[in-house]
Design a protein around this ligand. Structure first.
Ligand code: WT7
Length: 640
């Protein structure tokens, strides 16, 4: 397979080459793609200075990413399965689409979008469950040069409309509902609420999935099956510039509303394909399964774009790990003889807690590679994954990356990079990590710890944040001049291996999903009885971090007192979605604030961790007594 690293010595050599001459390195990789016109220059970049960041890859090249998935693969793979869809309910039949069949569906839906008036550069919001049409819709957008913005189907109507409005999407693609375990999510109902506040949307395309009755608004809403009726499967791809936007994906940070991370065409394409092939060491004929939802970046890059660019067979799963029982993942591995599985520590821990029988009763001998992503994997989960799931035979690739990075940055190459439990190991070719201290000074040498930054661009990185370029600079490039700030802390061990420790900002990683504390606080504060709140993460055995909310309310009647917690959760559910619901709510009379009014979250975090032995200096607090009150009312056991 082209551009595939073959061994550790080869990796070390490629890494050196990629650092010594990045332009030559990436040009060589990109040669394997199909271009209407090749680049005039490989990279031009500036992380600082006027209008920074200014990052361009493959300047003036012309391409379409779907031609690289389909036309380029057609000769070899027309009849090879591209996508396997495994339904939520195992009694329903799976769907297998060959490259040829998927191509026709993408072209047909592309024509339907054109027919609805969608043009190059228009934004299309997609709010769908994990069904094949989600894959078809995103690639149809890419085919015609429309920018897709996929919104995870677990988000609430407010979260959905915020994202639609921010991107002023012209079309929304949704469904009558979605199946998740034994629940039905009423997506159209939620979308209808959102559309009341989304004036830019001209049409909603509605897929029939659950068959539940819904309301269709005449003139605005159209059925998926109607819009594709009579549509041709002939479609010429729109020719895109390398730096045109491919998609927007919203993600949370420590302040403000979620921001739309913008990824561009060529760099993302080259990077997602390259990292997919190399990290998983994908070989011709392998069965590859990433368990993520396409609503997150993992699904974008490693269910759809990376694997399909590489000509792989990619499985997409509609359901959840524990439905109908805790053996579901292993059923799927066995059913399709999966070779590479890519999942999250939270899923591993949840399944580990269900007992070994679920794993032992399945034949998992097809597995060759075990992938993990989303949060630091703890020692116990790593060993269980390695020994119980992989029977000690399969390398674990602990892949560190972010929505903003477009693809993996620090990860072992399966079977090539010697692994160590809990370590993301070494940077991929082209990636130049650096650890810095609080002042931004580089921490050199090994056996050190610091703030993880990246000092040189890579093709898959974000280019801006939608509609607010300065926010991109402020968030990622202003803290340490000339560096991309990841927001993570990391250790580098004696051998130069990286271990990601976790976020250094006010972002909580809940089950591998990024939740901004400010966003949750804003939602809680919307409750009419809430005066103020402070949210922190605390160690949670399955989720990694849980959400702990300290809340000050107005005085409450007994009745109100009884309902307040449920109401607060409900408020958060309505404003963001169930993933952001606090696990613990503690009503407090005050919050630990400095004299300048800043909440000292460090103290709240410590209490949430159950450790009040070392709270540090609290003498600068406006009212040090609140700390004692909070500790005595804490909902976790606190060591003093
Ligand atoms: C944050 C990014 C990348 C897709 C899923 C999450 C954490 C991600 C790892 C890992 C330790 C990890 C980081 C990062 N993270 N992968 N292998 N080891 N931490 O994407 O929502 O953009 O979150 O997830 O804290 O900054 P995301």
């Amino acid at each position: 397979m082209l551009n595939k690293i073959s061994g550790f010595a080869d990796y070390l050599q490629k890494y050196q080459e990629s650092i010594a001459d990045p332009e030559k390195f990436w040009a060589q990789i990109a040669e394997a793609n199909y271009w209407h016109k090749k680049w005039d220059q490989v990279v031009e970049w500036r992380f600082d200075g006027p209008k920074a960041p200014d990052v361009k890859w493959f300047l003036n090249a012309k391409l379409n990413i779907t031609e690289n998935i389909f036309e380029r693969n057609m000769f070899l793979r027309k009849d090879q399965t591209a996508l396997i869809w495994e339904p939520n309910d195992p009694a329903e039949k799976e769907i297998k689409l060959t490259y040829g069949e998927l191509f026709d569906k993408v072209k047909q839906f592309a024509n339907a979008l054109l027919n609805l008036g969608v043009k190059k550069g228009d934004r299309v919001a997609i709010y769908l469950p994990m069904v094949p049409e989600l894959a078809i819709a995103m690639m149809a957008c890419a085919r015609i040069g429309a920018i897709h913005s996929i919104i995870f189907a677990g988000f609430s109507s407010t979260a959905l409309s915020d994202r639609i409005v921010d991107a002023s999407a012209k079309v929304l693609i949704t469904s009558d509902g979605g199946f998740r375990g034994n629940k039905i999510i009423p997506l159209k109902e939620i979308a209808d609420e959102a559309l009341k506040k989304s004036p830019s949307v001209e049409h909603a395309v509605v897929l029939k999935r659950t068959g539940k009755e819904i309301t269709m608004t005449t003139g605005r809403d159209v059925w998926w099956h109607d819009v594709i009726k009579g549509m041709s499967t002939e479609n010429k791809a729109e020719v895109m510039d390398a730096e045109d936007t491919l998609f927007i994906l919203y993600t949370s940070g420590s302040t403000g509303k979620p921001k739309g991370v913008v990824h561009s065409q060529a760099g993302y394409m080259v990077y997602s394909e390259y990292t997919f092939k190399n990290v998983f060491q994908y070989s011709e004929g392998d069965m590859y399964w990433c368990t993520a939802d396409i609503g997150w970046v993992t699904g974008h890059s490693y269910i759809i774009y990376g694997p399909l660019l590489a000509g792989a067979t990619s499985i997409m799963f509609e359901g959840i790990p524990t439905f109908p029982d805790a053996g579901r993942f292993w059923d799927i591995v066995d059913k399709y003889k999966v070779n590479q599985i890519y999942t999250a520590p939270t899923a591993i821990r949840a399944l580990m807690a269900q007992g070994d029988e679920w794993v032992e009763s399945h034949d998992l001998s097809s597995l060759k590679v075990l992938g993990t992503v989303g949060e630091p994997i703890n020692e116990e989960a790593w060993h269980w994954y390695h020994d119980m799931v992989g029977k000690g035979r399969c390398p674990i690739v602990d892949t560190w990356w972010q929505t903003e990075t477009g693809g993996m940055l620090i990860s072992p190459l399966a079977g090539i990079t010697p692994t160590k439990p809990t370590m993301a190991t070494l940077p991929l070719p082209g990636i130049q990590p650096i650890l810095v201290d609080q002042e931004g000074n580089e921490i050199q040498g090994n056996a050190v710890q610091g703030i993880l930054c990246i000092k040189y661009p890579w093709p898959g990185m974000l280019r801006t944040t939608w509609g607010d370029h300065d926010r991109c600079y402020q968030t990622y490039f202003s803290t340490f001049k000339g560096l991309y700030l990841t927001g993570d802390g990391a250790k580098r061990d004696e051998e130069g291996y990286y271990r990601i420790i976790g976020r250094i900002d006010d972002v909580i990683n809940v089950s591998g999903h990024r939740i901004g504390t400010a966003e949750v606080e804003d939602a809680i504060n919307e409750h009419p009885k809430v005066v103020e709140s402070a949210v922190v993460g605390y160690p949670h055995p399955i989720k990694g971090s849980g959400i702990y909310a300290y809340v000050i309310t107005e005085s409450l009647s007994d009745e109100e007192q009884k309902n307040i917690e449920a109401e607060i959760r409900d408020t958060v559910n309505k404003l963001i979605g169930s993933i952001a619901k606090p696990d613990i709510i503690q009503l407090v009379s005050g919050l630990p604030k400095t004299r300048s009014g800043k909440i000292m979250r460090r103290i709240l975090r410590k209490i949430g961790e159950g450790d009040a032995t070392n709270l540090g200096d609290i003498s600068t607090l406006l009212d040090p007594d609140v700390v004692e009150d909070i500790i005595s009312g804490a909902k976790v056991e606190v060591k003093r």
